[in-house]
Structure formats: C-alpha cells, structure tokens
Design a protein around this ligand. Structure first.
Ligand code: SF4
Ligand code: SF4
Length: 158
C-alpha cells in the first residue's frame, strides 16, 4: 500500500468530504474582491476583502450563515474548481487539479495552520473591508500579491 498522502493518490473527485475540506489552506485569497476586464475577460485581484472576512485570521467570520449576508459567496466544489479561471496559483484545489504538489507551508505538510501566514501567502493584514471602500474605487486597490507563490520551488522546500 502506498504511503503517499491522499492529495497525491486521489483526484479531487475521489476525495472524501473531510479530505476536500482539509485541502483548503486558509489563505483567504478567494474572499478578495476581483475585477474583470469586460473586453478581455482578464481578472485581477484587489486587496478589498469580503465584508465577512476576518483580515487577521483569514477565516469567514460567519461561515454557517454567510449566504444571508453574502448571497454570491462561492461554495467551491469540483465543478467550480474546474471552471473558475481566477483561483490563485497557490490554491490547493487548483494545484491538485493541475497535478501539482502542495507547497511546504500548506498545513497538511507543515502540520501548522500558521505557516500559510508566516510564508506571506495569505491575505493576513493586507486587506481592507469592502464596507470601507466605495465600489467605484476598487480599481485603486488592485494588487498582485495574491498571485505570488513564494521564492523557492515546492520540491526544494520539502
Ligand atoms: S484560495 Fe483556495 S486554499 Fe485559499 S482559502 Fe480559497 S479555497 Fe482555500
Ligand atoms: S462570505 Fe465568507 S467565505 Fe464567502 S467570500 Fe465572504 S468571507 Fe469568504
């Protein structure tokens, strides 16, 4: 029997609910507002976070009831992972979908949910709440740090 971890031996479609949930690294990047160019379809990230994102923990502050406040919150599932083009390159679902390994800072490898923050991957301390920004000003908050993946390739960090 293989000792390889589940994200290397199973496809996203084969994972149990528990495995699927554990794959999220808690970066909070998918809770940032994004802007789409209507002509090109290109999507850029902003540092303007969903009103329910806790900017320090990077967790949703009202996850069980979030749809009451944020009806367009996206519940990531297999279909959406395959359809969404804007998932950050560090998102574990995108990595596994693309046959990649997880990064050293992912809690399933490091054993520590803080390492995603220590490595500077998450949104911690870098966001402003959408309630504090006029939607017409979101374009002034465009950032590229959600697209960074750290300095070393995954293999060198294991
Ligand atoms: S971007 Fe991916 S890994 Fe990060 S919080 Fe969202 S779903 Fe989880
Ligand atoms: S409602 Fe919660 S999970 Fe959904 S985008 Fe906002 S902070 Fe993220």
């Amino acid at each position: 029997m293989s000792d390889a971890p589940f994200w290397k031996t199973k496809s996203l479609a084969q994972m149990s609910n528990t495995e699927w949930e554990s794959l999220c690294d808690g970066c909070g990047l998918c809770c940032l507002n994004k802007l789409e160019d209507w002509d090109t379809g290109d999507v850029v990230f902003t540092s303007v976070a969903c009103q329910l994102l806790d900017g320090d923990s990077c967790q949703c502050s009202d996850y069980p009831n979030r749809f009451d406040t944020v009806p367009d919150c996206i519940q990531l599932n297999l279909k959406l992972v395959n359809e969404i083009g804007w998932l950050p390159p560090t998102c574990a679902y995108a990595l596994v979908r693309d046959g990649e390994d997880l990064y050293w800072w992912h809690h399933l490898i490091s054993g520590d949910p803080e390492t995603v923050h220590i490595a500077g991957i998450s949104a911690r301390g870098r966001t402003v709440n959408e309630k504090q920004v006029d939607v017409d000003d979101f374009e002034n908050y465009v950032v590229d740090w959600p697209l960074t993946v750290g300095e070393q390739p995954k293999a060198q960090q294991r």
